[in-house]
Write a protein that binds this ligand. Structure first.
Ligand SMILES: [Ca+2]
Ligand SMILES: [Ca+2]
Ligand SMILES: [Ca+2]
Length: 181
């Protein structure tokens, strides 16, 4: 009886821990290794600076598949411009987001199974410079899980940027898709 009671307590604790976070730590099994792709994309900062003021992004997007569940996550690093508007300028972007998606590999068009979009948290990172106004930084996403059955899956990531004051809306950077997982 004492054993049963302790088991119940542990289950309750585990359920409580799951309840506190939507984040999935990692693929459950070593049999489901991450399949990753790293690629780089650049975009011009719409300022009048005559030199290079590109934002140079490097994204690693990863997918894994264990049992009937696929997982996805992204990490991004960037070498951004040095801006004369100064440090931590919150007006560079009207909006910015990173979106990463799990797709199923099927005949015909591959359906998106699940996406996660990070908006303000990513924009805050982009607009967080060092004290000299150099906009280099990085971002690491949560891992999310998607139900895909036994069908092969893969993941992709995009960045959407709406620069302030450039007279245009979102520009989209599409990064290389992962291998099948
Ligand atoms: Ca420029
Ligand atoms: Ca902003
Ligand atoms: Ca704009």
């Amino acid at each position: 009886m004492a054993f049963l009671k302790r088991t119940a307590t542990l289950l309750t604790t585990a359920a409580a821990m799951v309840g506190t976070s939507l984040t999935v730590a990692a693929p459950a099994s070593a049999a489901a290794p991450w399949k990753c792709a790293t690629s780089s994309r650049s975009i011009d900062n719409p300022s009048t600076w005559i030199g290079s003021d590109d934002w140079n992004f490097k994204m690693t997007v990863c997918a894994a598949h264990g049992g009937s569940t696929a997982y996805a996550k992204v990490t991004i690093t960037w070498d951004g411009p040095v801006l004369t508007s100064g440090a931590d300028d919150r007006t560079i972007f009207d909006d910015a987001e990173v979106r990463y998606t799990v797709y199923k590999s099927v005949p015909g068009t591959d359906p998106a199974v699940k996406s996660q979009t990070v908006g303000q948290k990513f924009e805050d990172k982009l607009e967080d410079s060092d004290r000299w106004g150099n906009y280099n930084n990085s971002f690491a996403s949560d891992t999310f899980a998607a139900s895909v059955g036994s069908t092969k899956a893969y993941a992709g990531g995009i960045i959407r940027l709406d620069f302030d004051g450039d007279g245009r809306s979102y520009q989209t950077l599409r990064f290389t898709l992962t291998p099948l997982a």
